[in-house]
Design a protein. Structure first.
Length: 369
């Protein structure tokens, strides 16, 4: 009823009659009659009172909280679907050269509006297979308009890549790479994840523990950590950086100096020249650089076949950690054999305090595990 009352019946009748006063008056009377008849039909809504009483008796008999919550959820879904339907209708009318809205314009304004670019008339698709939304089936048109009302960011990205605004769009290969990388960010909870804002409120030590719980299973694949005490994984966790790379990104190039070790979390990598299947399954790149203080060259060229999430362990930061802990030196023989190894400088009180905090967190992590 509220929606029907917002319709300008007088202006609508004037637009349909073309401005004829006699036809306008006649249509206005007909509109009043129709509205009165519809008002009489509302009398049948009194039956809803009986239905409400029956429904209350059923709820009282069942006493189910789940049933009440399900009905409330269903009501919200129906309301949202109705709002999306109305928005889809408005969006479709706005995108057409002629619609109900243009009927209220003058002839000059209608002609000027029809000459503008509309999203329903913009050619889409590949060269030779172009199409417009006006040529699609009614079901496809409705589904697109309904889906657009949900304010999907990916829909906006796809529309932008297909047309930059000057009739030129990105190639299919570039579009596939962009979609794959954005899908990877969504799947790994890097975007549109509500928990990121809440978890950002955690204190640093809790964030470190949470990061350790997530990365520990991956770090255990490193052979060098198997020779170190269990708390060493917690120290290495502090220097780990999570990197997201797109498909085709080169992680390591054969013959160049390896400055970091990489551990695959999600995605897929390719090695050149081909290596053993076990090495590929573990997803570890340039671990040898962590076993030697001297510079080490990469043995393979490694690239991402698809969007991937990787753990990066910087060699310099790793060596600084293992060299600053006497209990770690006993497990790493290459530290004593290397002539380039120099004793660490005395630590400031702040550094000592930070190290004590890390020792405490590492001990706690070992106890909990």
């Amino acid at each position: 009823i509220d929606f029907a009352s917002t319709i300008p019946w007088g202006a609508l009748a004037n637009a349909i009659s073309g401005g004829d006063a006699s036809q306008t008056a006649q249509m206005a009377k007909s509109t009043k009659i129709v509205k009165f008849v519809r008002f009489l039909r509302l009398m049948r809504m009194l039956r809803l009172a009986k239905l409400a009483m029956i429904w209350e008796r059923v709820e009282a008999h069942l006493g189910s909280v789940i049933l009440k919550q399900s009905v409330a959820l269903l009501r919200v879904i129906v309301v949202l679907a109705g709002i999306c339907h109305w928005n889809a209708c408005v969006w479709w009318m706005v995108g057409q050269p002629t619609s109900l809205f243009t009927s209220f314009m003058s002839e000059e304004e209608q002609a000027s509006f029809a000459e503008m670019r509309h999203w329903t008339t913009v050619p889409r698709g590949n060269v030779g297979e172009e199409w417009t939304w006006l040529e699609r089936s009614r079901s496809e048109q409705y589904i697109f308009c309904f889906y657009w009302t949900l304010d999907d960011d990916m829909a906006q990205v796809r529309m932008y890549m297909r047309d930059f605004g000057d009739g030129v769009g990105a190639s299919d290969k570039v579009q596939a790479s962009v979609k794959g990388y954005l899908k990877h960010l969504f799947d790994t909870r890097k975007m549109h994840a509500k928990e990121n804002t809440i978890l950002g409120l955690l204190p640093p030590h809790l964030r470190s523990k949470l990061k350790y719980e997530r990365l520990a299973p991956k770090l255990q694949k490193l052979g060098i950590l198997k020779n170190l005490p269990q708390k060493a994984a917690f120290y290495v966790n502090e220097i780990c950086e999570i990197r997201d790379v797109a498909a085709g990104t080169c992680i390591s190039k054969r013959g160049t100096w390896a400055e970091s070790c990489w551990v695959l979390v999600t995605g897929r990598l390719v090695w050149s020249p081909h290596t053993s299947p076990e090495y590929i399954t573990q997803g570890i790149v340039d671990e040898e650089c962590l076993r030697n203080l001297k510079p080490v060259r990469s043995e393979y060229t490694v690239a991402a076949v698809q969007a991937a999430e990787l753990i990066q362990i910087d060699k310099a930061a790793f060596m600084q950690i293992v060299c600053s802990h006497e209990d770690f030196k006993a497990y790493l023989s290459f530290l004593d054999q290397s002539p380039d190894h120099a004793p660490s400088e005395p630590q400031s009180p702040t550094s000592q305090r930070q190290r004590a905090e890390l020792d405490s967190m590492a001990t706690t992590a070992v106890i909990l595990s």
